[in-house]
Write a protein that binds this ligand. Structure first.
Ligand code: ADP
Ligand code: MG
Length: 266
């Protein structure tokens, strides 16, 4: 009726916004990581300019004065090695920030594992017992950058070592796996694909529930300032993502940790 003010209908709409909320949170997180990345790469470039002359001068001084007393030589060498460490750190930050430029080629992950195992055997304490399990028959290759994949594995192994100060077991395995539709939710977008799976499992301290969400954040570390950079896992995650793969983690406090790296088989 004209002029009537009585409501004649109610429009109700129910939309499930859980997913939208999750996407928003994810977007915010990505944006936050991006800005940290931009900031970090700016600082890294500046630092490079600071470190290069220090490194060059210390090397030059050593060459120019071969008859220098041994204490001064030691000091110069210390200067050189510190500058080198700084440069390596800068490089790591740049890899994290940019994902570095990669040169993909077909790779047998087993060769990467063999290299890393050799390194672990030579440098880790004897109280860490290493075991490796890989198929002996031919297996699928992955398309990737060998240096970067090596870096990922090393980061995982070093974290495992750090988590086992009192010793323990470190086990590395490589196998192939088809991920089907029945997999857990988080795998579903990767379903029906053949993957090469690299697992690094330790019997160390494990990771408390509240920290698990943050371990892949750049600069998140629970280690002393001179031990941890908090860049290992964020760099690893970035690299694996650029390779079309993903990382899963299974860990409980005091019960060790298991990191799994999934890379698409070619
Ligand atoms: N295997 C592991 N066992 C226990 N904690 C771990 C393990 N791997 C990673 N973490 C936790 O995640 C944090 C971030 O790791 P990472 O990004 O490699 O940085 P960093 O090793 O420099 O601290 C570590 O400080 C540690 O708290
Ligand atoms: Mg680390």
């Amino acid at each position: 009726m004209p002029g009537e003010t009585r409501p004649y209908a109610v429009v109700a709409s129910f939309v499930d916004i859980t997913e939208r909320k999750q996407l928003e949170a994810q977007l915010l997180r990505v944006q936050r990581l991006e800005s940290i990345g931009t900031l970090a790469s700016g600082i890294a470039h500046d630092l490079n300019n600071v470190l290069t002359p220090i490194l060059a001068s210390s090397q030059l001084l050593l060459l120019k004065h071969p008859d220098l007393d041994s204490q001064s030589q030691r000091l110069l060498k210390m200067l050189e090695s510190s500058a080198r460490r700084g440069a390596a750190l800068v490089k790591q930050i740049l890899t994290f920030a940019k994902g570095a430029e990669s040169r993909p080629s077909p790779i047998d992950l087993r060769s990467i594992v063999t290299d890393a195992v050799l390194f672990c055997q030579q440098t880790f304490s004897r109280t860490i017992v290493l075991s490796v399990e890989m198929p002996e028959s031919p297996m699928s290759l992955v398309l990737g950058d060998a240096t970067q994949l090596h870096q990922v594995l090393m980061n995982l192994c070093l974290n495992a070592r750090d988590a086992m100060q009192e010793g323990g077991n470190l086990s590395i395995t490589v196998k192939e796996q088809l991920i089907d539709d029945l997999g857990p939710e988080s795998y579903r977008s990767h379903a029906q694909k053949q993957y090469v799976v690299l697992t690094v499992k330790d019997s160390g301290t494990g990771i408390p529930r509240e920290a698990i969400d943050r371990i892949f954040d750049p600069f998140f570390t629970t280690k002393a300032a001179d031990k941890g950079t908090g860049l290992g896992l964020s760099t690893a995650a970035r690299i694996i993502q650029n390779h079309g793969g993903f990382i899963t983690i299974d860990s409980k406090l005091d019960q060790g940790s298991e990191f799994r790296v999934f890379l698409p088989a070619v």
